[in-house]
Design a protein around this ligand. Structure first.
Ligand SMILES: [Fe+2]
Length: 286
């Protein structure tokens, strides 16, 4: 099983639109997550920018194009480049999604869910181990949102637990995605936490989405402040296990006033610093 990872604290997803916030409020940001593919085969000036960021913060590359769920092995050229990038910035870990983003010939342009069978989970676990070995740092896998739920033998939580059985990687648990999936597909998010190995969660994503799309659906827009429902899920998770790192994800609708983002960063940090709750009862709350 994976060992406990370095405590990074409360981080922010770095986007070009947030460069000013990161520059002016560095003292309120413990670490940064960057999108791997923005820098992987990038020109020298972008790699220099990444090097400067890594000189000021711990930086974690978060990928969207590994496509670990595609048939066959993960592309060796991609893995070599990722290993070099991770070494260059001395990243404490790297992450990508439990999904596929391409078929043999077609780039889908989205994070597509996988058939949730034990065979697929076993194969994903094998490939995740191989990726982690090739890159040489801890590999975290993230739960995605899905808007059509195909009838498959395993629930999403059972599928994730099964993948973790077959590798010693960690989980990046996106609590906004969990909240959205639970509401869109009518399952209990606390029951989800009962099933996944929460002690393997090394990082959390916190974000706001859009409710009321096409009727009752919610979307993971990453374009709003973190809603109370997601903070409650963080409290619930932290009542069950210690988590080394949280991250505020914002991909659009960047606020003119950074106060909202900074408040979310502070709130996450305060949660992480609270003593670990036991038996469902946290310090200072019922
Ligand atoms: Fe996420």
């Amino acid at each position: 099983m994976g060992s406990r990872l370095r405590e990074l604290g409360s981080g922010l997803g770095y986007r070009a639109e947030l460069a000013g916030v990161v520059g002016e409020h560095a003292g309120r940001i413990d670490w940064l997550e960057v999108i791997t593919e923005h820098y992987l085969f990038a020109p020298a000036d972008l790699r220099e920018e990444l090097g400067e960021l890594a000189g000021r913060f711990p930086v974690v590359p978060h990928g969207v194009e590994m496509s670990i769920g595609s048939a066959g092995e993960v592309d060796g050229v991609y893995l070599d480049a990722l290993a070099a990038l991770v070494d260059e910035i001395d990243a404490p870990w790297f992450s990508d999604h439990l999904c596929f983003t391409r078929t043999e010939d077609v780039l889908l342009g989205l994070l597509a869910p996988l058939p949730r069978t034990r065979d697929v989970a076993r194969e994903l676990g094998r490939k995740a181990r191989r990726v982690q070995d090739a890159v040489g740092r801890p590999f975290l896998l993230e739960n995605i949102t899905y808007y059509v739920d195909l009838a498959t033998p395993l629930t999403e939580a059972q599928f994730i637990a099964e993948v973790m059985e077959h590798c010693d990687c960690h989980l990046l648990l996106d609590l906004a995605n969990l909240d959205i999936n639970a509401r869109n597909h009518g399952f209990d998010p606390l029951g989800f936490l009962d099933v996944i190995p929460v002690e393997r969660v090394a990082q959390v994503h916190l974000a706001g989405g859009i409710d009321g799309v096409a009727g009752e659906m919610s979307l993971d827009s990453h374009g709003a402040a973190v809603p109370e429902r997601v903070w409650e899920l963080l409290d619930e998770l932290l009542s069950r296990t210690a988590v080394p790192a949280t991250l505020i994800e914002r991909d659009q609708n960047f606020p003119d006033d950074p106060a909202e983002l900074l408040a979310d960063l502070d709130r996450a940090r305060a949660r992480l610093r609270r003593p670990l709750a036991r038996d469902g009862v946290a310090d200072g709350r019922a």
